[in-house]
Design a protein around this ligand. Structure first.
Ligand SMILES: [Zn+2]
Ligand SMILES: [Zn+2]
Length: 258
């Protein structure tokens, strides 16, 4: 049977796949085993990808471990975001990956997290009514001081490839973080909420629903404050997309992520 001649888009796809093979790490982000050539597009081996988040029942709104679809906290005091999509617990291997992403600028790890998150987000978006307006991807920003200190925003390293994988627009400057309080990891859950309350302002009106991307959710205070800013600017709804979720109440006893 005759094969159709390669088109420009076929050639581009082949080139992109070759580039991904060359640029992405050869090792799995989860177990560091070498990946076979041609299986590098996601950055994960099949076993690690399957193991992420398996066996844990979570609240659909805030992603905390929960035996019911909506946890007690969300039933009594619902957060401003409508849903949360998460890869898994802030535990091996995600904690190690996120620390590497945060402190050693590794865009390939951001791409691996985005590749694993994309089908979960797609599944979440498929639950929405047909004709639902397109979401815009927004990464939780760092304050100017912290950005200068770190040199990059790790949430954007997940948000950019995620937007690309989903074919959705990204707005890298949608939110501005007004001030750098003490790192969230040094604070109690109550202090975390007031530390970030009103910390974000939207840089323009938002009329689209938003996929709000962050690396870790601990108490949810940061994501709630960023959501409030987007809603104040007109966004009709916000879905959080996070790589890992810590469990309460351990946050006050162990050094969690900033
Ligand atoms: Zn692996
Ligand atoms: Zn909940």
């Amino acid at each position: 049977m005759l094969q159709p001649p390669p088109t420009r888009s076929h050639a581009f796809t082949a080139l992109a796949s070759l580039a991904a093979d060359v640029l992405l790490p050869r090792a799995c982000a989860g177990c560091a085993r070498m990946l076979p050539r041609g299986a590098c597009q996601t950055g994960w081996c099949e076993a690690c990808l399957t193991a992420l988040g398996s066996g844990v029942s979570r609240c659909g709104q805030c992603a905390i471990n929960s035996l019911t679809p909506l946890c007690e906290g969300c039933q009594t005091k619902p957060p401003p975001f409508s849903r949360t999509v998460v890869l898994g617990a802030y535990a091996p291997p995600l904690d190690r990956i996120i620390r590497a992403l945060k402190f050693n600028r590794q865009p390939a790890l951001g791409a691996a997290l985005a590749a694993a998150l994309a089908p979960l987000v797609q599944r979440e978006l498929a639950r929405l009514a047909p004709g639902h307006p397109r979401h815009r991807v927004v990464a939780v920003p760092l304050s100017e001081e912290r950005l200068a200190e770190r040199g990059y925003n790790q949430s954007l390293l997940i948000g950019r490839p995620l937007a690309q994988a989903l074919g959705l627009p990204i707005d890298p400057v949608a939110l501005h973080r007004q001030r750098a309080g003490p790192p969230q990891s040094r604070l109690s859950p109550v202090a975390r909420a007031s530390n970030v309350d009103r910390a974000f302002i939207a840089t323009r009106p938002h009329h689209e629903p938003v996929l709000l991307v962050d690396d870790v959710m601990t108490t949810g205070a940061t994501l709630a404050a960023a959501t409030h800013a987007l809603i104040r600017a007109g966004s009709p709804s916000v879905i959080c997309v996070i790589a890992a979720r810590t469990a309460l109440p351990d946050v006050s006893h162990c050094p969690g992520p900033p």
